[in-house]
Structure formats: structure tokens, C-alpha cells
Design a protein around this ligand. Structure first.
Ligand SMILES: Nc1ncnc2c1ncn2[C@@H]1O[C@H](COP(=O)(O)OP(=O)(O)O)[C@@H](O)[C@H]1O
Ligand SMILES: [Mg+2]
Length: 445
């Protein structure tokens, strides 16, 4: 095991970094007030749910996107364009299909004006290091996903960047290939043969972050893009997944990501109380359809009303993260509470999961009207103008003040699904209109 210096040279630093994208109605904030340092010798993981701004932050660090305000410094100097000290590995490999493996690896060197002989020498060394020997003259289409991503790594490593940037580099690979590549990469890093001085890894996978990083920076998505917490990992390398300290850290990171450790509810008793006023702007709806959230509620019910989330995910062959939108949805609607890793149904959640369809619709309608602000807004607006439809564009415009168009689309999708199931309103995709469902189960609520 190599002990790494935690007080290495300061390579990257953001100060008060803020990033907004232009939306339909002005600037939409994605990152706000990020202060982050990356030092030589460390692996930093940027961990967060989808949409929390991880890729945006990585691109700002790489100088591929300008900051809206605040600064990014590389070795003490503010960035004005592409960061000369970084190279990027992408989730989707981003190889040039008409070039061979070796030519793909040489692309970055060519751009730097390195001569042909030196280029070939460096490329072959990187190809060798990353286990691509023998594939030099193959074209990307001849390679498996794992081999393609090795080309992605070789292409980034060949320029010997100070900081290797990786944006979910393993998530397009099957589980075994990802595991293998992750292991090889960390072995190289731990052996000191790695031609870079630091790594910044973007991931939504908690276990991957704990396995690879010295520091885990958790980006929160409510409100958008702030650092929610930083964990120093401090576990010996190579890491032992079965060590209690490893599992303990996963639990702690998990609780922070779900953000609920402090407001646990007494299961089966108290209903959630909305402490702050929830509005469509403060409470975006999770991307979870009714089918999937009621599926999760039923599974918890079958396990006696409570279950360990990690075990449940395991049983289903899923990562815990995959269940987070459904867990969020159950929590938002007051159907479940999470205490540590244990998920338990509230009284309402138990009734919802155990009811027949009509009853479950009625319970669901009451829950969305009480806790899902966007569903509330659509229902109220329709009730103001009885008998008349409302265009989706109306709600889209209202939301555009607070979210990007992608976020708006995702939220309207959830609100449409939830409101339809609750029989509060119907939706016709052709004229893109909502109509009050006057005879529906939700009309009684
Ligand atoms: N080019 C863009 N224009 C507008 N909005 C964007 C753009 N890129 C990302 N976003 C939005 O910014 C938010 C953060 O995106 P991203 O940084 O890709 O998050 P992550 O990598 O954590 O999933 C998302 O809501 C996304 O829709
Ligand atoms: Mg991303």
C-alpha cells in the first residue's frame, strides 16, 4: 500500500463557483457557491443524484464551461479557457470511429503539436499501461465496451495530465467489466505508476465513491448544486469492502445523500408535517411513476412494513441509488420514512400499499394534493376554470422561472402520471392539455 500525501500541491481550486444555464426565462442556477480544492495525491469523488450538477462542475474544472461567477484556478492561476492540466474520460467513450485505437490515443498529442515519432512512443506506452496491447490497429467498432473505455483512459493518460477527470466512466459498462476496470485502475493508482497526480471522479454510485476516493464531495440537488457535505475517506488501500468501516461509511454517505437522518419519523404513527411551505419551486417532484412507487410500497408491506433498503436493492439486483427516486416519492407523499437504511411505511403508506385499486387511488389523491405542490397547482388551476382545459405550456412557463427545460419536462411528466392515477385530471398529449377529471376518485378529495 502506498500512503499518499494529503497535503500535496494545490492543483485545482474553485472559489464561490456559480454556474447557470440560459433558460426560457433568464438564468437557471445549477451550481451555487462551490468552494472546492483538489490536491496532488488525492482522488476526489463528486457524488450526487442525477441532475445535481456533477458534470457541470467537472466541465467548469476542466475549463470547458466558463463560470457564471466565482473562479476556477489551476495551480494558482485563474482559468481563461480549457484547463491545460486536465484530461477527460467520458461515460460514452467519445472515440472517433474512423481512427484506430492508436490514432485515437494520439489525437490529444497531435493537437499539442507533438511529432509523429514521440507521439507513437507515448501512445504505445499508454496503450500498454492500460492493457490494450495487441489492439493498436483495431477500430472502435471491433471492440467491446470495456476495451473502448480503455481507449478512453489511454487517450486521457497519454497527455500525462496533472488531474485525470472522469465523468461516470464505468456506468455504461456491464457490472463485471466495470468492476474489473475499476480494480485495474485503482491498482495502477496505488502502485504509483499512474501518469497523473490527482483524479476527479464523477459518480452517482455510492459504493464506487467509497471504493475509489480519498474525499467524497456530495452535491445536493435541493436546492440545486451546493456542496451538501464532504467526507474524508481515510480507509487503507486497497480497500476491503467487507470491512465494517467500509460499510459504515457507505451508510453515512447514504444517509447524507438521502438527507433524512435528522428528520426521521416514528414509523406507523405520526404523519409528516410540512414545516416549510412547499411550492412547485421548492419541492421538485422525483422522477418516479405511480407504478414504480407503489411497487416499492408493496414490497415493503410484504416484508412486514419495514425493510433494509440496501438489502432490498440487493435482492432486486439494483444499486441503492436506483431506488432513490421511488424512496423520495414515498417520503414526499408521507407514505414512508427512512431511518438510517431502514425504510418503513407510515399508517397511510400501509393503507395505500394494502388497498384495492379504488381505495388506493383515493389515498393517493389525498396524498398528492397535500404534499405534491405541482399536482396541487394543476388541480387548483383547473378548478378555477371549470369545464375548460389548460395547456401544458401554461405550467411549463410557470416552472421555467425556476428550472431548466429538462427539469420542467421531467416534473410535468411525474405530475401528469400522478394526477391521472389520482383521477384529479386527465391529459391529452395531442393538444397538450389538462382537463379536470370531474367524476374521478380525486374529485371527492
Ligand atoms: N447545456 C445545458 N443547458 C441547460 N441546462 C443544462 C445543460 N446541461 C445541464 N443542464 C441542467 O443542469 C442540471 C445539472 O446537470 P448535470 O451537470 O449534467 O448534472 P449531473 O451530471 O449531476 O447529472 C440538470 O438539471 C440539467 O438539466
Ligand atoms: Mg452527469
Amino acid at each position: 500500500m502506498t500512503t499518499r500525501i494529503t497535503e500535496g500541491e494545490l492543483l485545482l481550486e474553485t472559489r464561490g463557483l456559480t454556474k447557470s444555464y440560459a433558460g426560457a426565462d433568464g438564468e437557471l442556477p445549477v451550481l451555487s457557491g462551490i468552494d472546492l480544492q483538489v490536491r496532488a495525491g488525492e482522488v476526489v469523488a463528486l457524488l450526487g443524484k442525477s441532475g445535481s450538477g456533477k458534470s457541470t462542475l467537472l466541465r467548469c474544472l476542466a475549463g470547458l464551461l466558463p463560470a457564471s461567477s466565482g473562479t476556477v484556478h489551476y495551480k494558482g492561476a485563474p482559468l481563461t479557457g480549457a484547463n491545460p492540466g486536465t484530461a477527460m474520460v467520458f461515460q460514452t467513450f467519445a472515440l472517433l470511429p474512423w481512427l484506430t485505437v492508436q490514432q485515437n490515443v494520439e489525437v490529444g498529442l497531435e493537437a499539442k503539436g507533438v511529432g509523429a515519432a514521440a507521439r507513437a512512443e507515448a501512445a504505445l506506452a499508454a496503450i500498454d499501461l492500460i492493457g490494450l496491447d495487441g489492439f493498436e490497429s483495431a477500430y472502435p467498432k471491433e471492440l467491446s465496451g470495456g476495451m473502448r473505455q480503455r481507449v478512453g483512459f489511454a487517450r486521457a493518460l497519454v497527455v500525462e495530465p496533472d488531474v485525470l477527470m472522469m465523468d461516470e466512466p464505468f456506468s455504461a459498462l456491464d457490472v463485471l467489466t466495470a468492476e474489473n476496470l475499476r480494480g485495474e485502475l485503482m491498482e495502477l493508482w496505488e502502485s504509483g505508476q499512474f501518469p497523473t497526480r490527482a483524479i476527479v471522479l464523477v459518480t452517482h454510485n455510492i459504493e464506487e465513491a467509497v471504493l475509489m476516493a480519498d474525499r467524497i464531495v456530495i452535491l445536493g440537488s435541493r436546492p440545486y448544486g451546493t456542496v451538501r457535505e464532504v467526507f474524508e475517506v481515510g480507509l487503507d488501500r486497497p480497500r476491503d469492502r467487507d470491512a465494517p468501516a467500509f460499510e459504515d461509511l457507505i451508510d453515512r454517505v447514504y444517509r447524507t445523500m438521502t438527507g433524512r437522518q435528522k428528520e426521521t419519523r416514528t414509523p406507523g404513527r405520526a404523519e409528516p408535517v410540512a414545516l416549510e411551505r412547499r411550492t412547485p419551486a421548492t419541492t421538485p417532484l422525483p422522477r418516479a411513476g405511480v407504478d414504480s412507487l407503489s411497487g416499492l410500497a408493496e414490497m415493503i408491506l410484504h416484508q412486514g412494513g419495514r425493510c433494509d433498503l440496501a438489502d432490498l436493492a440487493d435482492d432486486l439486483g439494483l444499486a441503492v441509488d436506483d431506488l432513490l427516486p421511488q424512496v423520495d416519492a414515498l417520503d414526499l407523499l408521507g407514505f414512508s420514512g427512512l431511518e438510517g437504511d431502514e425504510l418503513s411505511l407510515t399508517d397511510t403508506g400501509t393503507a395505500f400499499a394494502g388497498a384495492d385499486v379504488q381505495e388506493s387511488k383515493r389515498i393517493f389523491a389525498a396524498a398528492v394534493l397535500a404534499h405534491a405542490p405541482l399536482v396541487q397547482l394543476i388541480t387548483r388551476s383547473l378548478r378555477q376554470t371549470p369545464g375548460r382545459p389548460l395547456r401544458a405550456g401554461f405550467f411549463r412557463d410557470l416552472l421555467a422561472h425556476h428550472f431548466t427545460s429538462e427539469q420542467v419536462a421531467a416534473q410535468l411528466e411525474t405530475a401528469t402520471d400522478w394526477g391521472r392515477y389520482a383521477e384529479l385530471y386527465s391529459y391529452a398529449a395531442e393538444p397538450q392539455e389538462y382537463r379536470l377529471d370531474e367524476g374521478g376518485a380525486g374529485g371527492l378529495v
